[in-house]
Design a binder for this molecule. Structure first.
Ligand code: EPU
Length: 417
């Protein structure tokens, strides 16, 4: 079993280069099967989630060539086969094969997806969207069977602006007959990145990035070349780490507008930031002012940064409130922050943090991906050594995290125990 051992208290200086976005890449890889020819996707992070999706592509018969950050997919020899549960359950994003296989073959059989245990995470809006396009959905055991004689454009209103449902409906609708309109669509940058990718392949999608997306169905999609946007959550995580222990720490290759909800809160907190066109420089301040945050859909404060952000709240003078509104169960990092010395009380969807408190190194767990990121952030400022268990969750989403942090002065290593 692998653990991550981190010695706290070392100031971080230098540059961290941000990788391509996990949550774009995990949709782009399944989307590639809709093309008739070679698709090249650049800036794909080398993380276990993208590896698992490549494995699914290869299982389906695609020719997949990976050269460091680029992946070239030729989907010509793909067969529409049932993806084995042991691969699809490795991650949440395997569900994007539902939209893409349905869009391409009008039939898909797929086991319930896996992913972080941070709430119930149903996919009812995805299925409602497929049904609106003319598909029938059957559930047999833990498998979905989605079938359509033909897919026809429809008007679909999402009860919640779900990222996954918006992307999955786009994938299914892109080759449907006629026009599909998704209302109350998610507006996250990853949606825009996926829509741009599909348009590069010849799709006719407009409105991505707003709450109304229009998709005019096309007969055929071609190969294309596409670049993944920088990962705003990775950028946000390292910016938080910089605010905790950075000394002129540069976070490079970012789109600052994508993390504005975070940078505004940091500025309110008293963190010194220099924001450039595609980078920012962050310094640890002498004192942190308590601020409240509430997670919301984009452009609100991202739920994926809530857990690492809470580590900053432990440094603030006075009372901070962090409210989680997207997931029911995204406070699993709190018992471990408490074990490290944080003063946190949970009241329903709100965590009340009193500070400043000193954190101490101890044995903790990465219960999910972003909980893992919060443990890394806490360990970097803690007194002594922290040992993080279950690090496979962290490796699912942060490319070369050990190398990136070591390069800027952190003392950490993966150990086999
Ligand atoms: N929801 C439903 N029904 C649905 C779909 C969603 O009730 O059919 C609920 C979910 O249970 C959740 C909320 O709506 O409570 C938000 O779900 P959404 O569909 O927006 O999220 P997702 O597509 O499952 C993606 C990211 C998450 C990120 C969210 C929100 C991927 C693979 N995952 O999940 O990323 O938190 O959007 O931005 O893109 C992470 O990277 O750590 C992560 C969890």
């Amino acid at each position: 079993m692998k653990v991550l051992e981190i010695q706290g208290g070392h100031k971080l200086s230098g540059t961290i280069r941000i990788s391509g976005a996990k949550n774009s890449s995990v949709a782009l890889i399944p989307a590639a099967i809709l093309a008739e020819d070679d698709v090249t996707i650049c800036n794909v992070p080398e993380i276990t989630d993208t590896d698992a999706l490549s494995e699914i592509l290869e299982f389906l018969g695609a020719d997949v060539r990976r050269a460091s950050e680029s992946i070239v997919i030729n989907p010509k020899s793909i067969k529409n086969k049932e993806i084995p549960a042991e691969i699809s359950k490795k991650l949440r994003a395997s569900y994007y094969f539902m939209g893409s296989l349905l869009g391409k073959y009008k039939h898909v059989e797929m086991y319930f997806p896996g992913g972080c245990s941070i709430g119930a995470r149903p996919i009812n809006f995805h299925l409602k969207g497929f049904e609106a396009l003319g598909a029938t959905v059957k559930i047999e055991g833990d498998k979905y069977i989605v079938d359509a004689k033909e897919l026809k454009g429809a008007n679909i209103y999402l009860d919640f602006a779900s990222v996954g449902a918006t992307i999955n409906i786009m994938l299914a609708a892109v080759k449907a007959k006629g026009t599909t309109v998704i209302d109350n669509a998610a507006k996250e940058p990853e949606i825009v990145n996926v829509a741009t990718f599909l348009n590069n392949m010849g799709a006719r999608i407009s409105g991505a990035g707003t709450s109304t997306i229009k998709i005019i169905g096309v007969e055929k999609l071609n190969g294309c070349f596409h670049e993944v946007i920088p990962d705003r959550i990775e950028a946000g995580t390292y910016t938080i780490i910089g605010a905790l222990i950075g000394n002129y720490l540069k976070i490079d290759n970012i789109i600052p507008e994508h993390i504005e909800a975070l940078t505004s809160k940091l500025i309110e907190m008293g963190v010194e930031l220099e924001i450039g066109d595609d980078y920012l420089i962050v310094n640890k301040p002498d004192k942190y002012k308590a601020v409240n945050v509430k997670t919301l859909v984009f452009p609100g404060f991202p739920t994926d940064l809530q857990q690492p952000f809470m580590v900053l709240s432990t440094r603030c003078s006075g009372k901070s409130v962090v409210e989680e509104t997207i997931y029911e169960n995204r406070f699993m990092h709190i018992p471990y922050l408490q074990k490290m010395g944080a003063d946190i009380e949970v009241n329903g969807t709100k965590a009340i943090i009193k500070g400043p408190t000193e954190l101490r190194g101890t044995e903790v767990e990465a219960t999910d991906l972003r909980a893992g990121a919060s443990m890394v952030a806490a360990a970097l400022i803690a007194k002594g050594t922290t040992v993080i268990h279950n690090i496979e969750h962290i490796l699912r989403g942060y490319e070369n995290i050990v190398e990136k942090l070591s390069d800027v002065g952190a003392k950490l290593e993966v150990k086999e125990i």
